[in-house]
Design a protein around this ligand. Structure first.
Ligand SMILES: [Zn+2]
Length: 451
């Protein structure tokens, strides 16, 4: 039975490898395990190396019986190992998520530090379960046992050596049985640790959402960053918006952007105050709406282009308008303070300042400097009578815009009817203003007059 001997002495290597290396395919593991169990059983049953031959009926019967028995028990071992492997995968995923959640979260952002402590406790439980190693805070690596590096042993020569080999196989069999038991125990430990980690991740997400909803957003931060922050807070509670770590990461990033925007505004303001001639002028927010008109002006440092939300909302509006045959484009978007100086001065020198004041803003008083306003298509009253202009008047609010200077409101807004000039307010506010039939000044109860 040269074939048998070949199997006998190569199997231990396979077995030691598959015992400790869970990464092999399940099929490979099962085959290797059964092969080993079958032959190991013969040794433990028959107890003598060399009796396994087709000529020895007694040994052959023992072999067959033991093989059937151990293959059956091998199935059980295999199921256990499979459950263990699945639990291990889940646990590693949960731990990786938990670790990332910790990484992207900081106690400052969370009112409930207890959830973070609980999360860390869960990681400790996973470490205690023996599969995870926390190398450094926020850094988790899965623990895998390296395959046995031993090379295939030669077939021992002589009866003593063969008996020693048989003894070794018997020990391996005991080890395998023990491993199966340990595997079942570890599975339940891992499942418990995984459940705990997932529950604590939920707690961290909820805590971040609660903190995000309660926090006061700095007033000088750009509307774009504030809108992104609000969206990130809303997404925290929506599992469809990504993994917990992704949602918390987006939340943290948006909050950092708000703070950066605030800091930049304050720094620019400080520069303006130290020689910019702004006399401490600050942007004015009423009910959270940035107000720019003849009464309220922006400091010269304010603004750096149309905001992302304004552009995105315009793109949505442009696409829908195109789908019904209307062609919309931005004829004039952001205008800096310096640009407005040139624009206003040229109009004033051409038509006189009184006439220019009816359709052009003085520097600092132009909504174009806010990054939230733009002019569409042709900047003439005729635009209001085109199909495009009429579609815009009836639909812009659905995308977050209002026609800022409506017909017949010059006495309130300070400007003639400008059917081409849109202001971004967000869908809710724009719809409310649209439904009220009022100008923004009337809606907020404010004036628009130069000093
Ligand atoms: Zn305009």
């Amino acid at each position: 039975m040269a074939t048998c001997r070949t199997h006998i002495f190569t199997v231990p290597v396979l077995t030691r490898t598959t015992l400790v290396f869970m990464g092999a395919s399940r099929k490979d593991r099962a085959i290797a395990r059964r092969t080993f169990l079958g032959f190991a059983a013969v040794f433990t049953t028959a107890g003598v190396v060399g009796t396994i031959t087709t000529d020895n009926a007694k040994a052959r019967a023992a072999f067959d019986e033991a093989l059937a028995e151990w293959v059956a028990s091998g199935e059980a071992v295999d199921e256990s190992a499979s459950a263990f492997s699945a639990a291990q995968t889940d646990a590693i995923a949960a731990a990786a998520e938990a670790s990332t959640v910790i990484e992207v979260t900081n106690a400052e952002m969370l009112q409930d530090s207890a959830t973070l402590d609980a999360l860390r406790a869960s990681l400790d439980a996973l470490v205690a379960a023996g599969l995870l190693t926390i190398a450094a805070p926020g850094e988790v690596t899965a623990t895998t046992t390296a395959p046995d590096p031993r090379s295939t042993p030669d077939v021992p020569e002589g009866r003593e050596a063969q008996l020693a080999q048989a003894q070794s196989l018997t020990e391996d069999t005991a080890l395998l049985t023990e491993t199966a038991d340990t595997s079942e125990q570890s599975t339940s430990e891992l499942e418990a640790a995984t459940t705990a980690a997932l529950a604590d991740i939920d707690a961290v997400v909820a805590s971040a959402a609660a903190h995000g909803a309660a926090v006061e957003v700095p007033s000088l931060a750009s509307q774009e960053t504030k809108d992104a922050y609000a969206a990130a807070v809303a997404a925290l509670g929506d599992p469809a918006a990504g993994s917990a770590s992704q949602r918390i990461g987006a939340y943290q990033q948006s909050w950092t952007a708000v703070q950066d925007s605030q800091a930049a505004a304050e720094a620019a303001q400080a520069r303006g105050n130290s020689g910019g001639g702004d006399d401490g002028v600050q942007p004015t927010y009423i009910n959270g709406i940035l107000i720019v008109n003849k009464t309220y002006r922006l400091p010269s440092w304010y603004g750096n282009g149309l905001t992302g939300d304004t552009l995105a909302a315009f793109e949505r509006m442009r696409a829908e308008a195109a789908s019904v045959g209307h062609n919309l484009w931005i004829a004039s978007g952001f205008r800096s303070y310096a640009t407005q100086v040139k624009v206003y001065n040229s109009y004033a020198s051409r038509d006189g300042s009184a006439a220019a004041d009816r359709y052009s803003a003085r520097p600092g008083h132009s909504e174009h400097q806010s990054g939230l306003a733009f002019d569409l298509n042709t900047i003439t009253e005729a635009f209001g009578y085109t199909p495009e202009g009429q579609w815009v008047a009836a639909n812009a609010h659905r995308f977050g815009f209002i026609v800022r200077y409506p017909q017949g409101k010059e006495g309130v807004t300070g400007y003639i009817w400008e059917p081409w000039h849109l202001r971004y307010l967000g869908v809710d506010t724009a719809t409310a203003v649209y439904n009220s039939g009022l100008s923004l000044e009337e809606y907020l109860g404010i004036t628009s007059v130069y000093d």
